[in-house]
Design a protein. Structure first.
Lengths: 312, 413
């Protein structure tokens, strides 16, 4: 009894203290909400509202040049887009311009990350230098690459001893665009992977070394599995980014020579033709595809990524 | 980078003037036009403002340097009924789109008479939509054939002859390239339009009637033949006006189809080459049938959302007068629209080829006049790019269906 009393005694004031805390917590929560509200309102204004508005526009015949002809047409714009061979061609171009650069960036980025990880002298400067391409504005980088590839003024055709202009063929255009993209974003990939590398404890490598594992085995059996979460994040970011490629292609040839991507298609409908209905339908479809990519990455690899995330 | 700075400066200027616009006294008129490098527009704006006796003050704002971006910025703002634009520098092929959308005011009565008196018929036609004048012609432009007098004694009269001569020069190992605009952009439509009209056809016969036929087949065949001849520049399918100019100045080319700005440029960059630089009429498609060349240039319009339309009309009348057109032509290399100016001594000196330009402007090829012009141009560019891959046997059918789809504005392009 005394034991229960003893245990009860500190408990009895607790509810009142708890209720007291709850009130305070409630006030704090209110304060929290009101502090967050400005940011929330801004988010709704600049991101939710445009998305919803784009969706609403995509259900209309909306052309800035013929405002009198605007009307609600349901899913007709989507039907037009999805039955157009142009849309599917552009999706294919975009997939090519996503898969190849991102794969190359992963391999080269990993190599760069391993090098940067092992640098003993001047770590900071080395990392900063490696990041320079990523710091250059994409349009500027695309222009310099375009001039480098042009037959008249460029050093690349000169160096390779080419007689023809590589940018006038589909293959050459893709090659130039991919090189430019890889050059520009590999540092970003490398930096994300470098963060993952830091998570791999040296003791594991030392233990494996004692057991006679080769460097190759240690890379595949220790480094890669432990880095999986970082690799997935890097891949996800880059894939989402690469799928929306616009600037580089636009600067190189505005989508000529079979390089038109879905973003250029959306640009042509929206800003060139001012056909807001069709253009919004294309944009919404791009948004859905990007969302699908993110979903697949998280669903498909999420299970693999979870343990790593959990450990941290 | 410089463009960015210019853009933000323009935006800032618009913001500042937008705020001070309504404060009594002189009306502030914001004039948006392409960046003119010689400063002749800025000088004209200053002089006209001063001459107005405190009625208005023209502020020159620069648009981006390429025509597609200029239009993109203007239409975005006009569609949003932006009152910060008073005077619009319009490319000749925007008139019907801007007029049909109700973004620009018609010119009537005394204003109309003042800006059309003595103006060549071609420029007036480009500023007219549904029999109403919507712009005051500021300057005009047309392409000529430029050639190397040291390689080709007499200039070719037709495209077929030019290809033949380029082939012969290539065999002799001499400079032989033909510089044309083959990139997928507005310049490709200009080339095609000139060829179609030179062959006696038209792209549209009315605002929404596709008229592409045998003449278009001839035109496409010319493009295909040039692009597949030894005279084709290796970079043809990415070439714009400036690549053509550089190619010619480099000495690899025997021929160049381009605007007159290439001549002062050659004088400055390669004086030796400029001495052997000849000029001739645009080559014909059909022997014996003189070419009709696509007309370029700018018209000035008053925005429907301007708060000082009367002052804007008056200011434009001043900006396009003979005195300012002469400065624009001599200093800025922009061919005038006033017929009499072509015979003035100042112009004759700066434009040794002025007679050819005037001749081309008297019977020009006008790009399809329809509010959906940019859709049509996009369809044509995509159908004809790259020129070496044009299939002359199917191109007419392809273009016809593409242009029809563009006119309906219900298809993806």
């Amino acid at each position: 009894m005394s034991a229960t009393a003893a245990t009860n005694q500190p408990v009895t004031p607790a509810p009142s203290r708890k209720r007291h805390l709850t009130e305070r917590a409630r006030a704090e929560r209110r304060l929290g909400w009101s502090l967050v509200a400005p940011a929330g309102i801004v988010m709704i204004a600049v991101s939710i509202y445009p998305i919803v508005y784009a969706f609403v526009l995509s259900l209309q015949r909306a052309d800035l040049r013929f405002p009198a002809a605007n009307k609600f047409i349901g899913l007709d714009n989507y039907k037009t887009v999805l039955t157009s061979p142009l849309w599917w061609q552009d999706v294919w171009h975009t997939v090519v311009l996503t898969v190849i650069p991102v794969s190359l960036e992963l391999v080269i980025g990993m190599a760069l990350a391993l090098i940067m990880h092992r640098v003993i002298f001047g770590r900071g400067p080395v990392r900063a230098i490696a990041l320079i391409p990523y710091g250059i504005v994409t349009v500027v980088a695309a222009y310099s690459w375009r001039y480098a590839w042009e037959a008249d003024s460029g050093w690349i055709p000169h160096l390779l001893g080419l007689k023809s202009d590589p940018l006038t063929s589909t293959f050459g255009s893709y090659l130039a665009i991919i090189v430019s993209e890889v050059w520009k974003t590999t540092p970003f990939m490398a930096l994300l992977l470098l963060g993952g590398l830091a998570l791999v404890p040296d003791e594991l490598h030392e233990a494996a070394k004692v057991d006679g594992a080769t460097a190759w085995q240690r890379f595949w059996r220790i480094t890669i599995p432990l880095m999986k979460p970082a690799i997935l994040v890097a891949l996800l970011f880059r894939t989402l980014d690469a799928f929306r490629i616009f600037d580089t292609v636009y600067i190189f040839n505005q989508g000529a020579h079979g390089t038109e991507t879905v973003s250029i298609l959306a640009y042509n409908q929206l800003l060139n033709r001012l056909n807001l209905g069709l253009g919004s339908a294309v944009s919404v479809l791009i948004f859905l595809m990007v969302a699908l990519i993110a979903f697949l990455f998280i669903k498909g690899f999420g299970a693999a990524a979870a343990p790593g995330g959990g450990e941290r | 980078m410089r463009k960015l700075v210019a853009l933000s400066a323009a935006a800032l200027a618009a913001l500042v003037t937008g705020c001070g616009g309504s404060s009594g006294g002189a009306a502030t008129l914001n004039w948006y036009i392409f960046p003119e490098p010689s400063g002749s527009f800025a000088a004209a704006a200053k002089q006209c403002s001063a001459a107005s006796g405190g009625r208005y003050n023209i502020v020159l704002n620069q648009l981006p340097s390429d025509s597609d971006s200029q239009r993109t910025q203007l239409v975005r703002r006009l569609a949003a009924k932006d009152s910060g634009i008073d005077i619009i520098g319009m490319d000749v092929n925007w008139t019907s789109e801007f007029a049909e959308a109700g973004w620009i005011k018609p010119w009537t009565g005394a204003n109309k008479a003042a800006v059309t008196r003595g103006v060549l018929a071609g420029p007036i036609a480009t500023a007219t939509w549904k029999n109403t004048l919507y712009g005051a012609p500021l300057n005009s432009n047309t392409q000529l054939l430029w050639y190397r007098k040291d390689l080709v004694p007499t200039p070719p009269a037709t495209w077929a002859q030019m290809i033949q001569e380029a082939t012969a020069l290539a065999k002799q190992g001499k400079p032989h390239l033909i510089e044309v605009q083959g990139r997928q952009y507005e310049g490709l439509t200009v080339w095609f339009n000139s060829l179609v009209e030179s062959a006696g056809g038209r792209i549209l016969s009315g605002p929404s009637t596709v008229a592409i036929g045998p003449a278009a087949a001839l035109a496409a065949a010319v493009m295909h033949n040039v692009a597949n001849s030894p005279g084709a520049d290796p970079g043809l399918s990415n070439a714009q006006e400036d690549q053509g100019r550089l190619g010619f100045e480099k000495g690899d080319a025997a021929f160049e189809v381009n605007y007159p700005f290439v001549y002062p440029s050659a004088l400055a960059d390669t004086p030796k080459l400029a001495k052997v630089m000849g000029w001739a009429n645009y080559p014909a498609v059909v022997a014996g049938r003189p070419a009709r060349v696509t007309i370029g240039g700018e018209n000035l319009a008053v925005s429907s959302f301007s708060q000082h339309p009367a002052a804007a009309f008056a200011a434009i009348t001043c900006l396009v007068n003979a005195q300012h057109q002469t400065v624009d032509a001599v200093k800025g290399g922009l061919p005038p629209t006033l017929s009499a100016l072509f015979d003035s001594p100042a112009l004759a000196k700066a434009y040794p080829f002025h007679a050819l330009i005037k001749q081309a402007l008297q019977n020009p090829a006008i790009r399809p006049q329809t509010p959906a012009y940019s859709d049509i141009s996009l369809a044509i560019q995509k159908g004809l790019s790259p020129p070496n891959a044009i299939d002359p046997s199917t191109i007419v059918k392809t273009l016809r269906s593409q242009i029809k789809a563009a006119l309906s504005s219900g298809a993806l392009l």
